[in-house]
Ligand binder design. Sequence first.
Ligand code: XMP
Length: 325
Amino acid sequence: MSDVRPESLKRIETSEQAKAYIENEIKNIRAQVGDKKVLLALSGGVDSSVCAALLIKAIGKNLVCVHVNHGLLRKGEPEQVIKVFKEELGATLIYVDAVDRFLDALKGIDDPETKRKTIGKIFIDVFKEEALKLDDISFLGQGTIYPDILESKGVKAHHNVGGLPEVLGFDLVEPVKFLYKDEVRMVGKELGLPDSMVYRQPFPGPGLGVRCLGAITRDRLEALRESDAILREEFNKSGLSNKVWQYFTIVPDMKSTGIVNNKRTFEWPVIIRAINTKDAVTATVEEIPYEILFKIRDRIINEVKGVNRVLYDISNKPVATIEWE
Ligand code: XMP
């Protein structure tokens, strides 16, 4: 199948157009798949979620979703995937708790590229094992979107489900492959997915793994997850989540001296990153009111174990990348 967006596919800008796209894709999926089964790695990100919702509409129980928890997801994410897909949409969903497997394999690995590759490799191993347990799968669903096809190879090893099709040898079903992100979101909204899923900020495949710098430890990963949850909560409350494209925290593998009740502490800093961009190729730092930064600082210092400083990263891309690893 061609990798060029067909001219007949007009931009999806209205709910009616999204509806028409869905109807047409349902027909296409049914024609391609028939009564065979499709397996899909469902991360809970916008693309895989919209892909799953479309496939559920088209083939119902013949879609088997696998949600792998690699321990590097944000707070509440696995729970949301289960709630939306299993409970609300009635999907066949296999939840794999692979937290220990990933974190054990990542122990002591501090090189960013090796970390990414390790996460990618174990992901494929885990997914493949699940696929082999099911003996009647014929297709692999994938939430590829048009920018994925257009983007040339980046400066970092990108892990989403890269390599899965080759390993499994299934034919691909890619129902949103010619859509841009905003169109994928419109289709997702039309399919009834919650706004928190459809308008979710981008989240890298290796997840918190590239924000828990250096060799990942469980306690530092927890500090990262908790500080990220606080940041997201405060951005939501203040309305900043609608103005800022991507915002998250980072916890480096270094400590600095602090003081509490006249006693010396030696703990991690939390770094805040909040950027705006059109296409993630260049990015600028968002001006956050000090009042909000102070509130976030106080909450992180009071609520997150092992942290004694909060920093704000004011670097643009270039020369810095958006993620720290
Ligand atoms: P960088 O750090 O390269 O990030 O400026 C650009 C955008 O891509 C996201 N990112 C990833 N997304 N898999 C993804 O799907 C990845 O491995 C990955 N690494 C970075 C990053 O969050 C930012 O939005």
